[in-house]
Design a protein around this ligand. Structure first.
Ligand code: NAD
Length: 479
């Protein structure tokens, strides 16, 4: 494993440059607990400078580029990302401890996202509207201007791509703010996009603490939209601050997603696939199916099979190709999960498996399945953001659904049943932005992704994301 000796710098206006926000900060490799690189922090005044140069790049070049040229650049970015898969994947695994295979998949997903939106540029239609008084009425989709994309550390590269690509495709310039734990693949994205032909200033990457840079980004008058993915508490702060300039926001926040297994389902398949629906990325996933509802007649058998499948998961070194689950992202994140486990023990829940640390200096935690959990327990109600699933039996569909909808969150969920009417009924009733039936797969590049209730609003992915980065203008021409 290499240690990068030079501090990583900010990527502003087409070049790497020093940050003036204080001394550079160490990045810790979660699988060893040791520092492996340093990164510069942007100063608050650099936020303003970046916003101004983004506006200049927009006005001077990007806004007026013909759609075909914009598409060509986005396709080239995708190609350059693919060529750099190994380097991007290495950086992702180093900074957040993700298994290397998952990191490669994330880079592939990022490239696919750029391709999808490159193709989407020529399908980003307005409408002609038959207004009552005749003449010609039509709508135009126009860029918002400079957009701030603030992204978390759990899928740092994929989420950066799924905000940056549609925003660029719609003709905006972007200031990308990665999480302090995971700046490296975002910086590389800025560099590679520029190398692929994106004009200087159209995508800039500001590293540093969200607490320091966040307010400056959200309140800067040139920023027309803040697209945020992260915790509900930071989302709430952004929403308050954005009201100052009536800046548009989209918020993709936390989740506490259900996995509902009816007795008529292929429950063996459900049990075999449920471990990765909650423990993939070591549970640090906003869509983690962490509340498992199982219909009473199959409850005991399901739990036994779910536990057995979980015990087979391989936890270990992210750079070992056999590894399925790496370490947690930080010592703090692991401690916060362990506090939830202590609380679960105190409340009388039973730990069916997991909860141990590996014999390593890395931040490992074996995946945990809890039973005998009550609706009022914190482990059942709160987003843990770690490898903890809780399973409960249910007898009655209506009261189970009412418990599902009692959560303040509404991001994703799975329903397992062979009864089509039940599938249609339950997916209509569950208050959630994305749902899957007889699978756990619910995130697709081509389909909208986002939450209900305190999981946020606005949509990433699909053409809905591109619409969210555009103004809708109506033009009427008299006959
Ligand atoms: P976080 O809210 O701590 O940080 C997210 C980003 O916001 C980071 O870039 C951080 O630096 C920045 N930030 C921190 N304080 C800020 C402030 N005051 N103003 C502006 N920006 C600020 O979240 P995290 O710990 O990085 O990620 C975990 C959370 O993200 C979980 O709650 C998870 O559910 C959520 N998440 C949601 C989705 C989704 O699509 N709904 C996807 C991934 C993660």
């Amino acid at each position: 494993m290499t240690t990068d000796s030079m501090p990583y710098r900010l990527f502003l206006d087409g070049a790497y440059c020093l940050g003036n926000g204080g001394p550079s900060r160490p990045l810790i490799n979660p699988s060893t607990g040791e520092a492996f690189a340093e990164v510069e922090s942007a100063g608050v005044d650099q936020v303003a400078l970046a916003a101004e140069s983004a506006q200049r790049a927009l006005d001077g070049v990007w806004r007026d580029l013909v759609p075909g040229k914009r598409a060509e650049i986005l396709f080239r970015i995708a190609a350059v990302l693919r060529e750099n898969t190994e380097e991007l994947a290495r950086l992702e695994s180093l900074q957040v401890g993700k298994p290397i295979g998952d990191s490669r998949d994330e880079v592939g997903l990022g490239a696919r996202i750029f391709e999808y939106y490159a193709g989407g540029i020529s399908r980003f239609y307005g409408q002609t509207i038959p207004v009552a008084r005749g003449g010609l009425d039509f709508t135009l989709r126009q860029p918002l201007g400079v957009v701030a994309a603030i992204v978390p550390w759990n899928f740092p590269f994929a989420i950066a791509c799924w905000k940056v690509a549609p925003a660029l495709a719609a003709g905006n310039a972007v200031l990308l703010k990665p999480a302090s734990l995971s700046p490296l693949t975002a910086l590389k994205l800025g560099e590679l996009a520029h190398a692929a032909g994106l004009p200087a200033g159209v995508l800039q990457v500001l590293t540093g603490s969200g607490g320091v840079l966040g307010d400056a980004l959200v309140t800067h008058p040139l920023i027309r939209k803040v697209s945020f993915t992260g915790s509900t508490s930071v989302g709430r702060r952004i929403m308050n601050l954005a009201s100052q300039n009536l800046t548009r926001i989209s918020l993709e926040l936390g989740g506490k997603s259900p996995n509902i297994v009816f007795a008529d389902a292929d429950w063996e398949k459900a049990a075999d696939t449920s471990p990765l629906s909650v423990f993939a990325n070591i549970g640090q996933d906003c869509c983690a199916r962490s509340r498992v509802y199982v219909e009473r007649p199959i409850y005991e058998a399901f739990v036994a099979r779910f536990v057995a499948a979980t015990r087979r998961l391989i936890v270990g070194d992210p750079f070992d190709p056999a590894t399925q689950l790496g370490p947690m992202v930080s010592a703090e994140q692991r401690s916060s999960v362990e506090e939830y486990l202590q609380d679960a023990r105190r409340s009388g829940s039973r730990i069916q498996c997991g909860g141990g640390r590996l014999d390593s200096k890395g931040f490992y935690l074996e995946p945990v399945i809890l039973t005998e959990v009550r609706p009022e327990h914190r482990c059942w109600r709160e987003e843990i953001f770690g490898p903890v699933a809780a399973v409960v039996p249910f007898d009655d569909e209506a009261s189970m659904l009412s418990d599902v909808n009692a959560s303040p969150y509404g991001l994703s969920g799975s329903v397992w049943t062979r009864d089509l009417s039940r599938a249609l009924r339950t997916t209509r009733i569950i208050q959630s932005g994305v749902l899957s039936v007889n699978t756990h797969s619910s995130v697709h590049v081509e389909a909208p992704f986002g939450g209900f209730k305190q999981s946020g609003f606005g949509r990433d992915l699909g053409m809905a994301a591109m619409e969210g980065y555009s103004e809708l203008k109506n033009v009427y021409v008299a006959e």
